[in-house]
Design a binder for this molecule. Sequence first.
Ligand SMILES: Cc1cc2nc3c(=O)[nH]c(=O)nc-3n(C[C@H](O)[C@H](O)[C@H](O)COP(=O)(O)O)c2cc1C
Length: 207
Amino acid sequence: MPKKKTNPGSPKRRGLPTIQKTKPSVLLGVSGSVAAYKAVDLASKLAALGAVVKTIMTENACRFVGPKSLEAVTRSVVFMSLWSSPEDHKSAHIALVDWADIVVVAPATANILGKAANGICDDLLSTTLCAASARPVLLAPTMNNNMWNSPAVQRNVRALKEMGLELVGPVEGRLANGAMGMGRMAEPQEILAAIEKTLLRIKRGKK
Ligand SMILES: Cc1cc2nc3c(=O)[nH]c(=O)nc-3n(C[C@H](O)[C@H](O)[C@H](O)COP(=O)(O)O)c2cc1C
């Protein structure tokens, strides 16, 4: 067997420990739906599995769940504004995308699907999604069944899939108004499985 060539300048060759990124960086977007409370469970499950989670909440998401809950489970500040930056020299949306291995939006409203499908950038989450074309993006939509079945939402969903974004759910079940129908957000466990599958794919070198 020929000996494997080692780069003479590499840390391994110089006897230094190699720095390996073992913890996946998950950027979680939360938009304004009753299902926003499930984002806390998802973030908590991700953190328990060893992921580092940073969260972006829309202004309307904050009407459903307090940022403090997400800060507590992720042990990180929640980002809400385009105009505050995690690093002095970088805009928040660019810095967060650079940091992330994967961007997940759960719950994803009809509004954020429409913005992402059409390149609308009028808040931190939508601008981040527009900047994330080099990252895997997973969306977990939820909405009333009439909204989900509307031609506009279905057109946006088709566009998002064509753009290479992944969707998990929605599923049939009890909706916020008590009716049964299509539009319930996939359960955190199912979203977690989809995230793990995507992260595994990235590890194998595919986007
Ligand atoms: C009680 C309540 C529940 C809502 N639930 C949803 C929902 O599940 N999905 C959705 O697309 N919109 C839902 N909306 C409407 C969105 O909150 C609204 O379209 C908002 O502009 C979304 O903003 P965002 O996408 O910036 O968070 C709900 C509104 C109210 C008042």
